[in-house]
Ligand binder design. Structure first.
Ligand SMILES: Cc1ncc(COP(=O)(O)O)c(C=O)c1O
Length: 363
């Protein structure tokens, strides 16, 4: 008898991440502006904490990451308790854990294109159906009535990203209120806020006021972005005590390794690094807007550390030409934004190289 593979696991690879950085191209420096990493490097406090922890690698880390979850409780000024945090090896690992906890064959979830790929990929892995209710309008807003209409008794999860990847746009509090107030009790909202540090919009809201109010909401966070620790793979989610206790059933013992845990705890305390990072992004996005305006390249104003642009050429060709010029960018057709390209906001040196490459490939 042949092996009995699950039919829904015969699909294509789930997550096609940003390409790895080649060492150099024709001896030229390569700027990786394709994965929304922190171009200032990593939190110095996190790096020091790793050094200090190295001598204890013979010991197991905390069984339930309690040291990390208590640090998160402190970071949220006691507004959330340690048992409301679900710590994982990255934000994406949290999305996978939640998907496994709530979805199976015969269930449904809703997401809104253009969106982060794993919202489609992970539900597929457990045989659940994903329904796309696309973002609408020139500024990619949520179609709240469309989402509420798409909910059935089979719906378990709704994915919302704020600010959104790959568009960089944000959803105002009024829309989030309208969505959450309209959700039936059997539906959980996954509120992915991994870029929240970069937001300046007054009408932005995070997940935690809703969690505090006891709503069925899970906030998703990562140490890969503003903290500059993408290589360590650390993330966390938080939710109501009831949902968090349910999700804890699926976490592995000793999940976060001791280096990652110490680094994440130290990073939470590194406000100086976050301030420096955010200040760079705010300054540099204005620099990039000015040059994109000058070159007549359409783009969307961003609340994150990347900008979605619409080059006036085929995006395969654009990506290849940019790489030839030493700049890695990310096409966004697979995110549901065909014809567009996402560019990470870097240091002035990287951004100037990006602008020079744009000028060069158009000549
Ligand atoms: C919207 C969104 N959510 C979650 C993540 C996950 O980040 P990580 O798995 O590196 O923690 C990313 C990373 O690109 C993202 O863009």
């Amino acid at each position: 008898m042949p092996l009995k593979f699950k039919s829904f696991l015969q699909a294509k690879p789930v997550y096609k991440g940003g390409k790895s950085k080649p060492v150099s191209r024709n001896g030229k420096k390569i700027y990786k502006l394709s994965s929304n990493e922190n171009m200032l490097g990593s939190s110095p406090k996190a790096l020091a904490a790793i050094q200090a922890q190295v001598s204890t690698l013979n010991e197991y880390p905390d069984y339930s990451d309690i040291r990390f979850r208590l640090a998160l409780e402190k970071f949220y000024a006691g507004k959330l308790e340690a048992n409301q945090f679900i710590t994982t090896n990255s934000g994406v690992a949290n999305i996978e854990l939640i998907t496994r906890a709530f979805l199976e064959e015969g269930t449904e979830c809703i997401f809104s294109n253009p969106a982060f790929g794993p919202y489609r990929g992970f539900p597929k892995k457990v045989g659940a159906k994903s329904i796309d209710v696309p973002l609408i309008g020139a500024n990619f807003q949520l179609d709240v009535p469309g989402i509420l209409k798409a909910i059935t008794e089979k719906t378990r999860l709704i994915f919302v990203t704020n600010p959104n990847n790959p568009t960089g746009t944000h959803l105002p509090k009024t829309q989030i209120d309208e969505l959450i107030n309209g959700l039936p009790d059997h539906v959980v909202l996954i509120y992915d806020e991994v870029y929240y540090q970069y937001v300046t919009a007054d009408d932005y809201v995070r997940a935690f006021p809703y969690v505090q109010a006891g709503k069925n909401v899970i906030g998703i966070n990562s140490f890969s972005k503003a903290y500059g620790l993408a290589g360590l793979r650390v993330g966390y989610a938080y939710s109501t005590p009831e949902i968090a206790a349910y999700l804890q059933q699926l976490r592995r013992p000793f999940m976060i390794n001791s280096l990652s845990m110490s680094a994440a705890i130290a990073a939470l305390d590194d406000t100086e690094f976050i301030q420096r990072t955010v200040a760079l992004i705010l300054q540099e996005k204005d620099y990039l807007y000015a040059h994109l305006d000058q070159l007549g390249i359409p783009y969307w104003k961003t609340q994150a550390n990347f900008i979605l642009i619409k080059p006036d050429m085929d995006t395969d060709l654009f990506e290849a030409k940019m790489l030839e010029a030493g700049i890695m960018v990310r096409q966004t057709a697979s995110f549901g934004a065909p014809g567009c390209v996402r560019v990470t906001i870097g240091t002035r040196e990287a951004n100037a190289a990006f602008v020079a490459a744009l000028q060069q490939i158009r000549n």
